[in-house]
Write a protein that binds this ligand. Structure first.
Ligand SMILES: C[S@@+](CC[C@H](N)C(=O)[O-])C[C@H]1O[C@@H](n2cnc3c(N)ncnc32)[C@H](O)[C@@H]1O
Length: 565
């Protein structure tokens, strides 16, 4: 419309910045191009529990580390990306709600802008991981719910909003409440695509209990259905005589739902109910065997999915000696989320795993799962022992009985590795641990190469090979590498030093190949790549802090001489 510009959005302090997560849970504002937030971290093996397969990325995964690092690794490391990028069916997030409290196992008192940025950055990454039929469920309370909705609108688009579920978490009022005692939390649901369809819920015994069979109908239990139509129906105005001779006609302004012939046909088939004495107005029977499963609704009561007290009791049964984890969720609550938003075999992701409820329920329901948790102590005290009990079938609580779970399966514990860089006096260096194989693997990860050591190469991306040299790349090195290439292959050579003549030799010997000095070339890529990611998600309007505008060049595609330092 002429005269209008801009878009509706929530703004906040430092919205265009990113957050660096420290080990202790503190966050620090940094520029999006800062390597500490742009780097793709490797995932290292820390152990396995139960039966695992050959391919580690295809197993259930418990990842220790900051959620953003871990999510980026799942999306960017080729080994994991092939299993997770665009493949996650359900992401459930139960982050610290920003309630300004300190819990025993973690603090929950971030400034609003910090909380919003923390969530935005993880949601942007999760959106990439979601399958086209995927959905994201974010658990929160009144502290941030209204702002979170706007962030979700920005990241997923308003058309992808599905519903806000209200979960009755409290069993009794809190008489110490200063004003009103809050009974509920929210689960805000967005889908990846607007056509998302929930799974229907199996009918509960309570829902079935209203059906009965007073006339011993061989088709089973039924409910007397309304015989009247709400809208005008040309064949719906007639008189009908019941078994006792009583005459019935629709009330003024209403119509029979079926024609006279159809009503007679249903009656002769025993599908019309005239009341216990045959003197009531006709009802059309609705059989239990013919009704569909239940459409999910938005009000979830404690009777249906448990309350905070339920989850505390579940914790106590699992860990009689340890103090309860501060904010566990009931297994029945997660059972309902997983029933609506996933099927057996689907991948379920929880980047704020805590005591491991989502993973435990996913395991019991036959889903594949990935859980991420920053606190090593929480993993060691709660999530790992809990999931071990689930595998061994020594956890008989929660939804074990409902799911018929009998144990089995396994998972891997992975850790987000430390950064490949270090800073000294404002200058970025390769970290000391970055030698040989580790340097090659970490460098390949930044450039999107699968790590496939096959000397002299370290990785491959289609017909391009990767070589990483911990030293100076000169003309001789280039000649040796090019001679090892197959016909039609190119090479990306990364070296900690580059001899100026090497470039022209490479250009001549194998056009389309490139030469990069590390770490400078990687740092230069972060300046373009991360900015692009934010813009794609529609969360940053333009260049930040005087950075040069983003190019559409994919990371790893810079030609010789373009991105070296
Ligand atoms: C509300 S609790 C999750 C509880 C969980 N749903 C359960 O049933 O046990 C939030 C968890 O997220 C973890 N966390 C907070 N910030 C994180 C981050 N940036 N990356 C990974 N985990 C984080 C906390 O350590 C805490 O264990």
């Amino acid at each position: 419309m002429p005269g209008y510009e801009g878009r509706l959005e929530l703004t906040w302090t430092n919205k265009a910045k990113r957050l660096l997560a420290a080990e202790d849970g503190a966050y620090e504002w940094v520029d999006p191009s800062d390597y500490r937030v742009a780097e793709v971290r490797l995932l290292e093996d820390l152990g396995t529990v139960g039966d695992v397969g050959q391919e580690r990325a295809a197993d259930n995964l418990l990842i220790r580390g900051d959620a953003l690092n871990a999510l980026r690794s799942l999306a960017r490391l080729p080994e994991f990306a092939k299993h997770y990028l665009g493949k996650v069916r359900l992401a459930y997030l139960d982050p610290p709600f920003n309630t300004q409290q300190s819990f025993l196992h973690y603090d929950d008192n971030l400034e609003h802008s910090v909380w919003l940025t923390m969530m935005r950055d993880r949601l942007v990454q999760i959106r990439e991981l979601l399958a086209p039929d995927g959905s994201v469920w974010v658990h929160c309370d009144d502290a941030e719910q209204h702002r979170l909705r706007m962030v979700l609108d920005e990241v997923f688009g308003p058309a992808q909003f599905v519903a806000t579920v209200i979960w009755e978490k409290a069993d009794s009022p809190r008489n110490s409440a200063r004003q009103l005692s809050t009974d509920h939390d929210y689960l805000v649901v967005y889908s990846r695509e607007p056509e998302w369809a929930p799974q229907r819920l199996s009918r509960t015994s309570a829902a079935n209990a209203i059906y009965s069979n007073p006339d011993n109908d061989p088709r089973g239990s039924w409910l007397p259905g309304d015989p009247y139509a709400n809208k005008p129906y040309s064949r719906g105005l007639y008189e009908v005589r019941g078994p006792t001779g009583r005459i019935f006609r629709p009330p003024p302004g209403r119509f029979w739902r079926v024609s006279e012939e159809k009503l007679r046909e249903l009656d002769s088939d025993g599908r019309i109910w005239w009341g216990p004495t045959g003197a009531a107005r006709p009802s059309i029977k609705r059989y239990l065997s013919e009704v569909a499963d239940l459409v999910p609704r938005t009000l979830w009561t404690k009777e249906a999915v448990g309350s905070n007290r339920t989850s505390k009791n579940e914790m106590r049964a699992l860990f009689p000696k340890a103090p309860s984890f501060a904010t566990p969720k009931p297994e029945a609550l997660m059972h309902r989320v997983l029933s609506i938003a996933s099927r057996p075999g689907d991948i379920v992701l929880d980047p704020f795993l805590g005591s491991g409820t989502t993973a435990a329920v996913a395991q019991k329901m036959g889903r594949r799962w990935v859980g991420i948790e920053r606190q090593a102590a929480t993993l060691e005290t709660y999530a790992i022992p809990r999931l071990t009990k689930v595998l061994q079938s020594t956890d008989r609580g929660g939804v074990t009985e409902v799911t018929g779970w009998n144990g089995g399966g396994g998972f891997r514990v992975l850790g987000v590795t430390p950064s490949m860089f270090e800073t000294d006096g404002g200058i970025v260096f390769l970290a000391d641990a970055m030698t040989n194989g580790r340097l090659a693997e970490a460098t390949g990860a930044q450039l999107g190469f699968a790590f496939e050591p096959s000397p002299p190469f370290a990785g491959r991306k289609g017909r391009t090979r990767l070589a990483v040299i911990d030293g100076v790349v000169n003309e001789d090195v280039v000649r040796i590498l090019v001679s090892a290439l197959g016909a039609g292959e190119r090479v990306v050579i990364c070296g900690t030093g580059i001899d100026p003549d090497a470039r022209s030799v490479l250009r001549e010997l194998r056009p389309g190949s490139s030469l990069r000095k590390i770490p400078a070339a990687l740092l230069a890529e972060y300046r373009t790549g991360q900015q692009l990611q934010l813009e794609l998600a529609g969360t940053v309007a333009g260049p930040v802090d005087g950075e040069s505008p983003t190019t559409n060049e994919p990371a790893g595609a810079v030609e010789v001489g373009a991105a070296n330092g």
